[in-house]
Design a protein around this ligand. Sequence first.
Ligand code: FES
Length: 209
Amino acid sequence: MSISSRHSSHSRPCHESSPCACSCAAAQAVNTPRRRLIQIAAASLAAPLGLSATEAWSKPSDGDRLVMEEIEGAPAPLRLTDIRPGKPVLAFPFDASSKSVRDGSRLNKVVLMRFNESELDAETRARSAGGVLAFSAICTHQGCDLKTWSSKAQLLVCFCHSSKFNLREAGKVAAGPAYRPLPMLPLKLDGEQLVIAGGFTAPPGGQLA
Ligand code: FES
């Protein structure tokens, strides 16, 4: 997908070179610092907004750590205490053996949130680590990035068309137009470090038209 492609809320092509307030994939590519731009632009070409289950990329794997999306210097695996309640953190899987970030596709991006474990339903709690949950950060409607937490509604909100997801209940849709729950990435702890305990519960990405 070209970074100059149209967004449904724009009447003309945008994002060709300047930052934009909207959060569609094209804007993400332009608004992202240069360090990440090359990787994400390439990923967007390889993995457009629809489901991409048949495309090859280095997917999250059991035992991977997580590192923040924006890295200064060497990637540092995230710890339980790095995730504060009410503050979403965007992250990518990190292969500790090869010391490489699995950011070859934006479909690997996850949003981390921390809750009191007693607030989670049984299915969700089973995939949490100390109350920290990992969900695909790609909206299941049309693939916009998800990073907005509504503290009032206690839901994750998509900036593009206002779908809302209930993270305490396994990412189920609280309001459309999305109809697919957010895929989860199961977590576990190794000491204080957050560790991926398996693959996504469903293919990440937006729905096909
Ligand atoms: S992309 Fe449409 S609601 Fe998220």
